[in-house]
Design a protein around this ligand. Sequence first.
Ligand code: SF4
Length: 542
Amino acid sequence: MIYLYTLPGTAFNMPQLSVPLLKGYLKECKIKSKQYDLSSRFLEYCFKKEYIKEISLQYYLSLSESDKNIVDNIEKAVKQMQTKLIDTDKIVSANEQIQKYLEILSKYYNIKWGRRGIDFSKKILTVDDTIELAFDEKNTIFDKVLENTHKLNDGDIIYLSIQYPFQLNYALRFSKHLKSKSNNIKIILGGDYITHINKNLNEIMQKCIYIDGMTLFGNYNNVVEMIKLFQNKKVSNINNIIYRKNNKIIYKFNKQNDCFYKNKYIPDFSDLNLNKYLSNLKLIPLTLNYGCYHSKCMFCSRYYYYNGYSTYNINKIFSYLKELYNNEHIEAVYFIDECVHPDILMKLADYLINNNIKIKWMVETRIDNKYTDKNFAKVLYESGCREISFGIESYNKSILKDMNKGIDLKVAKSTMKNFYNSGISISATFMIGYPTENILNIKRTLKFIKKFKYLDTFGLSIFSYMRNSKLVNLSNLDEEKDLNLIYRTTNDKYSTYINIIDKFNNTKKIKRFVSNRQKILYRSEYMYLDRNYYSLNYRSDV
Ligand code: SF4
């Protein structure tokens, strides 16, 4: 049997898409598999009022009365985040309780549980650091969910999807545990993070003999071929993999030579209980295309993972969505594409309207001339679109040019205005501290965020070098020596930028927004929470 695992992550609002997508891909190739979501299992096992008492009664007794209250009521908070009755105040309060519970739980394990990942008390920079952490006797937070609940047989193949840096050590811990139960199984690692650290894979294979192979990039054909290889079947064309054969490590890295089958990317959620996630609407993630149709921004590392761009067979994806709507009563979809072309979004909207599919949906994409037509946003709203996000990055023409962003600020403003007025919540991301930027550029961007009326939510970050981005390739950074995806140490003005953002966040208008946004755990909640509550500008009575 082929077992596919999503490792524990930090979000509990919906399944992580990569494993359902792989399961669907294997099904198209007539390969049977079974998937497990360990995040969902963590939520199920560990968000219980007795859980902390069970791991350490002494720790529970040492908590303050308010923290004990959070622990004692955690099951109610989970229920509140799953109820169909949308009451913004109650849901936001449940969000806060979940965050507090995670804080209490992670403090016990001496880790920091953030929205984007888990931070460990020790810096993890090298493969040796990761291995040391993986087998640290105190690193047990996920042991309960990593215990394998099904029987393993000779010849079974396990695939672990690693999306974030903090998951690698848990993958190693889990793999060794599985191998201790049965040595006649094969373990494959894959996922975004494995692709990004391709320069370190040889070392991982050498030092972790319980790993049998790893696949790179989002092209699942390599996983299919590796499964065949481990089943001693005939393999046709296998690229971008590393595996063990007769004690030798074989690494085939060839970015040019990948077969891509776009018709096979239809996810399959059938092994998962979609009611168990923390979302007030029954939510699934989907993608409509492979990679980013722009794929040129200098700072971006996202498109590296895809090794190309392709549309999927959207008619097949639409039919699957209809099936899920009719049979599973799906209520919301988060299109997690890097970037969807407007023509595909219009086809999606037409399909939903024509087939009377009443869902709410959200998407991340880029500014495009087509959105200046007011009718575009109206049709998308009519079809259920409730949130759209654009990367704007800077309110400076010259900086956008340096970034190779390829957007026009006039078009960006008109796009955001059209969507905002249509009723769709507008989100935009910005960054400060780009290498060619000066303080005046930064002020211009911040002023824009504060003054522009057609913005509901925004993200503001400090420029960092991203692994495998074009900028990193042009820099002298030695990626092999540091397993991080983001290199902040090279930004010597980092603390200055932190101060600028702190001051900005403290201005009257922004302060309210930031304070409310921090209480909300998942962006998907913007699809149904009261816009008056979280929006920077929107007030229904104005
Ligand atoms: S930042 Fe967005 S638009 Fe630019 S290359 Fe990355 S994914 Fe594409």
